[in-house]
Design a protein around this ligand. Structure first.
Ligand SMILES: [Zn+2]
Length: 288
């Protein structure tokens, strides 16, 4: 009995598990990926950071396990301790590891738009934006326990980037957050493709993002397409990588026509191009 008690107290593993961390130094707004080999008697559970925990899933190849860890734009630079939680022979264990977070080299940009869109004053508009925000957060925090993707991501259209993720945005002289996606130059009516396979989770008009489509790629990964002029996909529909989901436009809070492309991982707004580069290289390999 005594021996059993002593044994069960030691929950931090003495023999470290082989953790493959794809990016140990990254910027605020970026994502890292943890790959975990199958180990006999080991059941991976979660990776926790601050008060958030991210689930561990099987990779598309089913050869190993993975966890995506998104860092918010507002996370402070520094050494971050993350903890892998797992069970070994039915005993709860944890293994800490570290990520170095630095501040991204993000620029600032000043934008002048119609003042009624910067500071929505009418109660009706306030109610609308509050409701849309709440709905959006609820959607992005939903983790569908199926991964719909097994091929690399593609960009939603072939064009020039006109504004990068992370630019601090100063609207009519006051700081109003940062650019939460990547903007592509697109004349009104340019076909926009699904960046990868998934289920269309949202189709609708929003005050800020205008004509909006959101695709659920499963396991906490979402891609978003804003300011569209026409929808060619329906909510609940299965969509394949490269399929045209709508036409670009200039709806919502914009200064001109373009496509705003964004990604959410476990509810966190992340740099979509960094996310695509990371997952294409480490998680999603082209199959013949
Ligand atoms: Zn944008």
């Amino acid at each position: 009995m005594f021996r059993f008690l002593l044994f069960s107290v030691f929950t931090v593993s003495l023999v470290a598990l082989p953790l493959h961390i794809s990016k140990k130094t990254l910027a605020n707004g970026e994502t890292t990926l943890l790959l975990l080999a199958k180990e006999k008697g080991v059941a991976y559970e979660k990776v926790c950071y601050n008060k958030e925990c991210f689930e561990v899933f099987l990779t598309p190849s089913k050869q190993e396990y993975y966890a995506l860890i998104p860092f918010s734009y507002y996370d402070k630079a520094g050494n971050k301790e993350l903890v892998l939680r797992y069970k070994e022979e039915n005993q709860e264990k944890k293994e800490p590891f570290f990520i170095k977070l630095k501040y991204g080299n993000y620029k600032k940009e000043s934008i002048h738009v119609s003042s009624k869109k910067v500071n929505p004053k009418s109660p009706e508009v306030k109610r609308r934006t509050a409701r849309e925000y709440k709905e959006a957060i609820a959607l992005y925090n939903r983790v569908t326990p199926t991964l719909y993707i097994d091929k690399p991501f593609i960009l939603p259209l072939k064009s020039v980037i006109t504004s990068d993720f992370g630019k601090a945005r100063v609207y009519n002289g006051s700081l109003k957050g940062y650019h939460s996606g990547t903007d592509f130059r697109a004349a009104v009516g340019t076909p926009v493709c699904a960046a990868n396979d998934g289920i269309v989770a949202y189709v609708g008009d929003r005050f800020y993002s205008g004509g909006t489509i959101i695709i659920d790629h499963g396991e906490g990964i979402y891609s978003c397409y804003f300011h569209l002029s026409k929808f060619l996909a329906q909510k609940g529909q299965k969509i394949q990588r490269g399929e045209i989901l709508g036409l670009s436009g200039k709806s919502g809070r914009v200064t001109g026509p373009h496509l705003h492309f964004a990604m959410r991982v476990h509810g966190v707004q992340v740099n979509p191009l960094q996310f695509i580069k990371l997952t294409n290289k480490e998680l999603l390999k082209e199959r013949n």
